[in-house]
Design a protein around this ligand. Structure first.
Ligand code: HEC
Ligand code: HEC
Length: 267
């Protein structure tokens, strides 16, 4: 009798301990992942500050930092495209997100720590605009975030979600390119991305999306940034695969743990 009881006890303990160990492991990886992604959410100052630097300063900055690839007169070289007609907004977008100056050839210019102050960026933008004008800064109203959020969300699902994911979490494209997450980007850069179409992103002209549509999309994205995942964990908003994996590991894992526990108990 006493021997029987002892065997039972030790039989019961081990599967429980294993389940607890799996649970602790999953919680730890989850915690580390959450910490890491919070740390990665870089803060970039993208405000288009009124420039106290002149076009002349912008020209000097451009010649020192950009001309090796884009040419002294923006004509382009074999290392970089011509910047005729790309406009000041493209310069603001590329430089304030740290994509430019480019450091190495890659499938897509990565976002790096920003290397210029808002004033320097604005001066370079002004210089580029003065040589060959292109898309420029929008009215403040377009960026105010007070547009129609539900219309914006629908337009986003139709025009942007195939690359950026329904929740704006971003996603992989072909040949090592990717559509970035839109969870930390600014209103001005959302607008800039739409009108300048960086790299693999198409340009959304006012014929495709009117200024009002753009305002709605910006409002929807700002709304998403402010109200992330009211339902709890997003699981990265990566879609059915990550969520399926979660259920696979957690759901089926705990079913197996319970089964093992019941069998051990009945022995
Ligand atoms: C090492 C070379 C290199 C340097 C330095 C560089 N760029 Fe670029 N730039 C590129 C390349 C290559 C592209 C095209 C990227 C792509 O579309 O894949 C590009 C694209 C751009 C674009 C987007 C053009 C468009 O069609 O929308 C802008 C704007 C720009 N660069 C501005 C700058 C500015 C401003 C600087 C200096 C602060 C700079 N670049 C420094 C190589 C460079
Ligand atoms: C064909 C795929 C595609 C579509 C459709 C698309 N994008 Fe993009 N988007 C990209 C890619 C690729 C980049 C990264 C470009 C780069 O790094 O230069 C990008 C970049 C951006 C950025 C810059 C993010 C940052 O952190 O700097 C914003 C904002 C953005 N897109 C918004 C939109 C919006 C809004 C729409 C819909 C109106 C849209 N995109 C449609 C592919 C797409």
């Amino acid at each position: 009798m006493a021997r029987e009881k002892k065997r039972r006890q030790s039989g019961r303990r081990s599967p429980l301990a294993a389940a607890a160990l799996i649970g602790i492991g999953l919680l730890l990886t989850g915690g580390v992942y959450a910490g890491a992604s919070a740390a990665m959410a870089a803060t970039t100052d993208t405000s288009a500050a009124a420039s106290s630097l002149t076009v002349e300063d912008g020209k000097k900055l451009f010649q020192a930092n950009c001309a090796t690839c884009h040419g002294l007169d923006l004509q382009g070289t074999e290392n970089g495209p011509s910047l005729y007609g790309v406009g000041e907004l493209a310069v603001h977008f590329q430089v304030s997100t740290g994509r430019m100056p480019l450091q190495a050839q890659a499938p897509q210019a990565p976002q790096k720590p920003v290397q210029f102050t808002a004033e320097q960026t604005a001066a370079m933008a002004e210089f580029v605009q003065s040589i060959a004008p292109g898309p420029t800064y929008p009215d403040d109203e377009i960026l105010d975030g007070d547009g129609d959020v539900s219309n914006g969300a629908e337009l986003f699902r139709i025009n942007c979600a195939m690359c950026h994911n329904v929740a704006g979490a971003g996603g992989a494209l072909t040949e090592g390119k990717y559509a970035p997450s839109l969870h930390t980007t600014s209103a001005l850069n959302i607008y800039a991305a739409m009108v300048t179409g960086p790299q693999n992103m198409p340009v959304f002209s006012d014929m495709n999306l009117t200024a009002e549509d753009k305002r709605d999309i910006i409002s929807a994205l700002l709304y998403m940034q402010d109200n992330e995942s009211p339902g709890g964990f997003t699981l990265g908003s990566l879609g059915p695969v990550s969520e399926g994996l979660f259920i696979w590991i957690f759901g089926i894992g705990s079913l197996i743990a319970i089964t093992v526990w019941i069998t051990a108990k009945s022995n």
